[in-house]
Design a binder for this molecule. Structure first.
Ligand code: ADP
Ligand code: MG
Length: 178
């Protein structure tokens, strides 16, 4: 693992929810990220997407991507994201069941990691319209590949529609700390 502890760098995080008050779940997740001292630099618009990679029918997701700035090592960042998932009532891990919140580390500036628990860049990043379409609002290219071209190709195969611009997250603070 390469991690440069102490250096602030950009990390891209994918958010999804298909249970409960979906917008509120996404907002609270970002507020909790900020409440723990990380900066939410930018968020994408909000997208409603049909579930993919599931065996059974599921309610549609709301998805977005956030650019955050942090000096946390990636494993510590995943610890925090999992803690926030639990805080927001996520019960099942590793199953393709409906969830109040899913927080995935998509990509980190200048860093890669390949362990059982954590793979960055996210291995299915380039296969998912629900990631690439919102991501294309934040970055043009990742690792020399055009995000918008890949997003456009996948958006013809996977249902996705924009339901809000980036103002859906106002940056309001969550008072409680983890
Ligand atoms: P998914 O996000 O694939 O729908 P889960 O959220 O249940 O499913 O995550 C399954 C596993 O993926 C977790 O146990 C986690 O340790 C692992 N994982 C591997 N790489 C990443 C990553 N980049 N971001 C978040 N979780 C990851
Ligand atoms: Mg996940």
């Amino acid at each position: 693992m390469k991690s440069d502890i102490g250096r602030k760098r950009r990390v891209l995080v994918g958010l999804g929810s298909n249970l409960g008050d979906r917008v509120e779940n996404l907002r609270r997740a970002l507020s909790l990220i900020e409440a723990n001292g990380l900066q939410v630099v930018r968020v994408s618009g909000l997208y409603e997407t049909e579930p993919v990679e599931t065996d059974e029918p599921q309610p549609p997701y709301l998805n977005a991507v956030a650019e955050i700035s942090t000096n946390l090592p990636l494993t510590k960042l995943l610890d925090l994201l999992e803690e926030i998932e639990r805080r927001l009532g996520r019960t099942s891990k590793g199953s393709k069941k409906p969830r109040t919140i899913d927080l995935d580390i998509l990509w980190a500036e200048g860093e890669q990691i390949q362990t059982e628990r954590l793979k960055v860049p996210h291995p299915r990043l380039w296969e998912r319209a629900f990631v690439l379409v919102p991501l294309s609002e934040i970055v043009d290219e990742l690792d020399g590949k055009s995000v918008s071209k890949a997003a456009q190709n996948l958006a013809t195969q996977q249902q996705i529609r924009k339901i809000a611009e980036d103002q859906w997250f106002s940056g309001k603070k969550e008072n409680e700390m983890l």
